[in-house]
Design a protein around this ligand. Structure first.
Ligand code: ZN
Length: 54
C-alpha cells in the first residue's frame, strides 16, 4: 500500500500517512508535532518491493 511520506521543514519531524489522503488533503496536512504547514510530501510508494518469493 502506497503511503505518503512527509517531512516537516520546520522541526524535521517525519511521518507517514496512508493513501487515503488525496491530493487536496495533502496540501492541508500539517506536522503532527509542531503543527507547521511547512511540510514537504512525497509518495513513498513501492515499499521496497523485495523479491519475497520463497
Ligand atoms: Zn514540525
Amino acid at each position: 500500500m502506497p503511503t505518503y511520506e512527509f517531512e516537516c521543514n520546520k522541526c524535521g519531524h517525519k511521518f507517514n500517512l496512508l493513501e487515503s489522503i488525496n491530493e487536496h488533503d495533502k496540501h492541508k496536512e500539517k506536522c503532527p508535532k509542531c503543527s507547521a504547514r511547512n511540510i514537504k510530501a512525497r509518495v513513498s510508494a513501492v515499499n521496497v518491493k523485495t523479491s519475497k518469493k520463497s
